[in-house]
Design a protein around this ligand. Structure first.
Ligand code: BTN
Length: 377
C-alpha cells in the first residue's frame, strides 16, 4: 500500500472546493482502479491525472488564448481540442469574462484574449516562477492575510501565497484600512515558516521591503526606497505597504508561522483624492501587459532569497542603502510624546539612531516610536 499526500488548497483558484471534491472522486475512479503494478508509475499517474483534472476547461482555455493573445480561436476548434461541447466552451468563456478577463467573441471571429489583459491567474504568475510556491488567485476577498491565515490553520506549507484582484477590507498596520481597488494593485500574502526567534520577527518585514524594491525595479524604470519600517516609496510617496502577522509557539518561544501581506499600487486608477498627495503607483498610465503577474513572480523569488538568508540578516545592506529616512529630519512620536531630530544611522537590528535637537542621541525600535519625515527643513 502506498499513500500519497497531496496538499490541496480549499480556496484554489478557477474551481470551487465542491469541484475539487468531485474531481478527487473522479481521480480515485480513473487512477486507482486502473493502476499498474509499478509503484512509481502509480504515483506519477496519480499526480498527472490530478493535475489535468484540476486544470479544468476554464484554465485550459485561458492558457490557450494567453499563449496567442489577440489571435481568435473558434468555439469548434477549442471544443475539439479539449474534447468538450461548444456549449461547454462558451460557458467557460462566459465565466472567465465574469472574472474580469477581456475575451472578445463575435460571430465567425472566435474567442481571443485582449493583448493587454492583465487579469491575474495562477498559470500567468507561474509562467515567470520556479517550482516551490503554492499559488491561489481570488477574484475578491476581504483580506489576503485572512485567507492565508485560514490556510495556515489547515496546515498549508510554507510559500503558500494568496493573491486577489481586489480586497474589500484590506488592512495595514495599526488596523488602518488599505485601499485595494480591483485590478489596480498587487495584493498578495505569503505564508512562511522560518526558524526564527520571536524577537527577530521584524526582520521578515525588512526582508520583504527589500524584496518589494527589487521586484518593482525589475518591472519598471524607477528607484525604490524604504521608509522605516514597512513602507516602500517612489519619488517621495508611498507605493507599497507591508503587514506582517505572526503566530508564535509558546513552548519554544519561536515563530510558528508568519504571514507577509504586501500591497503595491501598480496603477492609480480610481485613487481617492485624499491619497493623491501621499501615495503613488509604479506606473502613471496603462501598464505593460502581464505586469502584475511578473511583479508577483519577481517578488516571490526575491522574498524567498531574503527569507532564506534571514539568520545572517542578508537584507541589511540593501535595506540601509535604500533607506528613505537616513539623514532626514524627523518627528519621532510615541504616545503623547514627540520630539524632532535627525536620523544619523540604522543599525543591524534595524533600530534608528536619532540625534535630537538638544544633542542627545538614542537608538529607537519601530515598536517604540513611529516617525514622520519633516519636509522643507
Ligand atoms: C500598511 O501600509 O500599513 C500595510 C499595508 C499592507 C497591505 C497588504 S495588501 C495584502 C495584505 N492584505 C491586507 O489586508 N493587508 C496586506
Amino acid at each position: 500500500m502506498i499513500y500519497v499526500q497531496l496538499y490541496i488548497s480549499s480556496s484554489a483558484p478557477l474551481y470551487s472546493s465542491d469541484e475539487c471534491t468531485f474531481r478527487l472522486g473522479e481521480l480515485n475512479r480513473k487512477t486507482f482502479l486502473n493502476c499498474k503494478p509499478n509503484m512509481i508509475n502509480k504515483v506519477d499517474n496519480v499526480l498527472k491525472t490530478w493535475y489535468s483534472l484540476c486544470m479544468g476547461l476554464k484554465e485550459n482555455i485561458y492558457q490557450k488564448l494567453d499563449a496567442s493573445r489577440g489571435t481568435a480561436f473558434s468555439g469548434e476548434e477549442l471544443a475539439e481540442e479539449f474534447g468538450v461541447s461548444r456549449a461547454a466552451v462558451w460557458k467557460a468563456v462566459r465565466t472567465l469574462r465574469a472574472e474580469g478577463f477581456s475575451i472578445a467573441a463575435g460571430t465567425n471571429r472566435g474567442y481571443s484574449l485582449a493583448p493587454l489583459d492583465d487579469n491575474l491567474t495562477v498559470s500567468g504568475v507561474r509562467k515567470y516562477l520556479e517550482d516551490g510556491f503554492f499559488l491561489n488567485v481570488l477574484p475578491s476577498c476581504t483580506s489576503t492575510n485572512d485567507e492565508v491565515k485560514k490556510l495556515a490553520a489547515e496546515g498549508a506549507p510554507a510559500w503558500t501565497a494568496v493573491l486577489a484582484e481586489e480586497q474589500t477590507a484590506g488592512r495595514g498596520r495599526y488596523a488602518r484600512p488599505f485601499y485595494s481597488p480591483r485590478g489596480a494593485g498587487l495584493y498578495i500574502s505569503v505564508l512562511i515558516r522560518p526558524n526564527l526567534p520571536a524577537a527577530e520577527t521584524l526582520f521578515i518585514t525588512t526582508s520583504a521591503a527589500v524584496a518589494v524594491c527589487e521586484a518593482i525595479e525589475k518591472i519598471a524604470d524607477v528607484h525604490a526606497e524604504i521608509k522605516w519600517v514597512n513602507d516602500v516609496f517612489l519619488g517621495g510617496k508611498k507605493v507599497c505597504g507591508i503587514l506582517t502577522e505572526a503566530a508564535f509557539n509558546v513552548e519554544s518561544g519561536g515563530l510558528d508561522y508568519a504571514i507577509v501581506g504586501i500591497g503595491i499600487n501598480v496603477t492609480r486608477h480610481g485613487f481617492p483624492a485624499e491619497l493623491e498627495g501621499i501615495a503613488t503607483s509604479v506606473f502613471e498610465d496603462t501598464p505593460p501587459a502581464d505586469v502584475r503577474a511578473r511583479l508577483a513572480a519577481e517578488l516571490l523569488k526575491s522574498l524567498k532569497r531574503y527569507i532564506e538568508g534571514i539568520s545572517v540578516r542578508s537584507f541589511y545592506e540593501e535595506y540601509k542603502r535604500r533607506s528613505f529616512v537616513l539623514g532626514k529630519r524627523v518627528l519621532a512620536v510615541s504616545g503623547d510624546f514627540s520630539r524632532e531630530g535627525v536620523v544619523i544611522d540604522l543599525d543591524e537590528n534595524c533600530f534608528l539612531k536619532i540625534r535630537f535637537d538638544d544633542g542627545f542621541e538614542r537608538l529607537l525600535s519601530s515598536g517604540e516610536v513611529s516617525i514622520r519625515i519633516k519636509t522643507g527643513d
